[in-house]
Design a protein. Structure first.
Length: 331
C-alpha cells in the first residue's frame, strides 16, 4: 500500500492588537531601541493585555480562520494538538479548552510542551496521526501568551517575547506533496539555561516562589544563543544532506524567530539568500510556539504547490529540529 502523506491544507493566525514598541520598553527598563534592534532584530511585539484572556483566546481566532476558509464544520475535526508553554491552566489542556470554545465536539486532543519547538513537535505528532490512516482532519496549533511569564523588570528577557497563535489543518495528501521528512532532537543538558523555576511539581507555587520571581522565564541568553546558532544550522544542513536537497531546491526556510542573528546564521549555512527566508521577528518578536505557523500565515499567498519548505526551530530543553515539506496548494 502506498504511504499516506500528511499535507497542510489551510493556515490561520492571530495576534493581539496592542503593540509593545521598543520606545515603550525604554520607559520600562534600562534599554534602548538601537540595542534591541541590532542584538535581536525586534522593533515591536504584540501583547494580549486584556484581563481574563489566555492562550486559548489567541488560538481560537486562528483555528476559526481555517474553519471559515475551508468551510469546515467544527464537528468534522478529529483532533487538535496544541504546542504551548503558556497553557490557560496547568490542566485541563488548552486543546480541551479550544475544542470546547469552537464546538469541536467530536475531537480529542492534548498539549505538547516543547518550548520553542512546540509547533514542530506538535506538527510531527499530527502528521503521524494522518499517516496512520486513522485520522482525516487534524489541526495543529502553536500558541503562546509569553507576556504571562515575562518579568517586565528584566531587560534581558522582556525585550524578546510577544504573544500570538498560528494553526494549520492537516489532511491526507492526494498527491506526493505534504510532509516528507523530519529530524527532531532533545537534550536535557540545556535545562539549566532556559526554564521556569517554580509552579511545577518540583517547586509548587508558594508565597516564597512568587516573591523570588520564580514564575517567570529564566534565560542565560548568551549560552542559549551559542547552542541555537549551531543547533539550528546543523539540523537544517543535516535534513538537506539526508534528502539530497541543494539550496537551489529550497523555496523557503521558515525559521523560529528567536533572534535575527540566529536566523541569518542558519540561512547562510544552508546557502539561502534572504529572499527565501520568512522573517517577521521585527514586528512580532519571539512568540515561542507560534513563530513558525505565524510565518506560514503571513507568507501563504506567496506559496506555490510543490515548493520545498524547511521549518526549523531551537529552544528550551534544549529542543531543536527541522521538518521538510512540499507545499500542497497554490494560494
Ligand atoms: O526562543 C528560545 C531560545 N532563545 C533564544 O534563542 C535566545 C538566544 N539568545 C539571544 O538571543 C541573546 O543572547 C539575547 C538577545 C538574549 C542577548 O543578546 P547578547 O548579544 O547575547 O547580549 P548579552 O546577554 O551578552 O549582553 C551584552 C550586554 C551586557 O552588558 P555588558 O555586561 O557587556 O556591560 C548586558 O547587560 O548587553 C547588556 N544588555 C542590554 N543592554 C541594553 C542585556 N540586555 C540588554 C537590553 N538593553 N535589553
Amino acid at each position: 500500500m502506498d504511504k499516506i502523506r500528511a499535507a497542510i491544507t489551510a493556515v490561520g493566525g492571530y495576534v493581539p492588537e496592542y503593540k509593545l514598541t521598543n520606545k515603550k520598553l525604554e520607559t520600562m527598563v534600562d534599554t534602548n531601541d538601537e540595542w534591541i534592534k541590532t542584538r535581536t532584530g525586534i522593533s515591536e511585539r504584540r501583547i494580549l493585555n486584556e484581563k481574563g484572556k489566555a492562550s486559548s483566546d489567541l488560538a481560537v481566532p486562528a483555528v476559526k480562520e481555517i474553519l471559515e476558509n475551508k468551510n469546515l464544520d467544527p464537528l468534522d475535526i478529529d483532533c487538535i494538538v496544541v504546542g504551548t508553554v503558556t497553557p490557560d491552566m496547568m490542566f485541563p489542556s488548552t486543546s480541551n479548552i479550544i475544542c470546547h470554545k469552537i464546538g469541536a465536539k467530536n475531537a480529542w486532543g492534548f498539549d505538547v510542551s516543547a518550548a520553542c519547538c512546540g509547533f514542530l513537535f506538535s506538527l510531527e505528532t499530527g502528521v503521524s496521526f494522518i499517516e496512520s490512516g486513522k485520522y482525516k482532519k487534524v489541526i495543529v496549533v502553536g500558541v503562546d501568551k509569553m507576556s504571562a511569564i515575562v518579568d517586565y523588570t528584566d531587560r534581558a528577557t522582556c525585550i524578546i517575547f510577544g504573544d500570538g497563535a498560528g494553526a494549520v489543518l492537516l489532511e491526507p495528501s492526494t498527491d506526493d506533496t505534504g510532509v516528507q521528512d523530519s529530524i527532531l532532537k532533545t537534550d536535557g543538558t540545556g535545562i539549566e539555561f532556559l526554564h521556569m523555576k517554580a509552579g511545577g511539581s518540583l517547586e509548587p507555587a508558594s508565597h516564597e516562589t512568587v516573591s523570588a520571581k520564580k514564575h517567570f522565564i529564566f534565560q542565560e541568553g548568551k549560552t542559549v544563543f551559542k547552542h541555537a546558532v549551531t543547533g539550528m544550522a546543523d539540523v537544517c544542513a543535516e535534513i538537506m544532506q539526508k534528502n539530497n536537497l541543494s539550496s537551489d531546491d529550497i523555496a523557503w526556510l521558515v525559521p523560529h524567530q528567536a533572534n535575527l542573528r540566529i536566523i541569518d546564521a542558519t540561512a547562510n549555512r544552508m546557502g539561502l539568500s534572504k529572499d527565501k527566508v520568512m522573517i517577521n521577528i521585527g514586528h512580532y518578536g519571539n512568540t515561542t510556539a507560534a513563530t513558525i505557523p505565524l510565518c506560514l500565515w503571513e507568507w501563504q499567498n506567496q506559496l506555490k504547490k510543490g515548493d520545498n519548505i524547511i521549518l526549523s526551530a531551537f529552544g528550551g530543553g534544549f529542543t531543536w529540529g527541522a521538518i521538510w515539506l512540499k507545499w500542497s496548494y497554490d494560494a
